[in-house]
Design a protein around this ligand. Sequence first.
Ligand code: ZN
Length: 265
Amino acid sequence: MILDKVDFTKVRQIVGTHEIPHLSGTVGIRLLRTNDETPENLRAAGAKFMGDDGWFITRDAPADLIYLESHLPRFAQQFLVPNVVDLIPSTSWFASLANLLTPAAWGVLRDECIAAAGGCEDCGTEKNLECHEIWAYDEDKGVQTLESLRSVCGYCHEGYHLGLANVRNRYCTAFNRLCTINRIEDHERSDYDALIFEKYLRRSDTEWVLNLGLLEGKELRVRGKYTEIAPGLIAGESGHGEIQVGITGVTVRATMADGEKVLIG
Ligand SMILES: [Zn+2]
């Protein structure tokens, strides 16, 4: 059941760089997407250039967090509403783009996402970058809609897949990091955990249809092992058992000689 003790919908604000939390494994506060700024503007906002590593702010020097907001990794943003992360419902575990698309097709989307951000959206590091699929779940319609792709490092990525982290015996590490990024206080942690898992369990009762409309117009190749068994319904052996995945927002336009399906909006 949902616990109402803590309000996770309110903005959590820091007043200056000295309040930016310390995140394990992250030395400095590295800025993202700085190519669209002039060095003068970045310096005026309190950022320092560190050569190949990019632009940074530090906790011991003031910085214009408002000006830099679109460049700050999540954990350092001045205003932040905690992310009650959407764990993938068990009914959709293997229906991710990464699993459905050919490695080449997924690689194009992943690389575009990582290049656009230039670092981890949550902690800023440029190392060990991966791409996380953000889905919005319409529980009345049973449709999960691809909202965005997010560039995250392997450590931050674990916070979005706490069940998987648990299987890997890394739950505490992943949850601690997730709490630090989202400014969850120690006394709030059990409520936060409960909210995340209550949502996950409720959604795991639904067979979800995937809406890929966000990628409309892109050529998306689905792995050859999956077959379109009805319009908008793809089935096949996922490597972890047989799955059936309903897809909307794009349609199968061609089946290639090697069995790959081409989806285009
Ligand atoms: Zn990270």
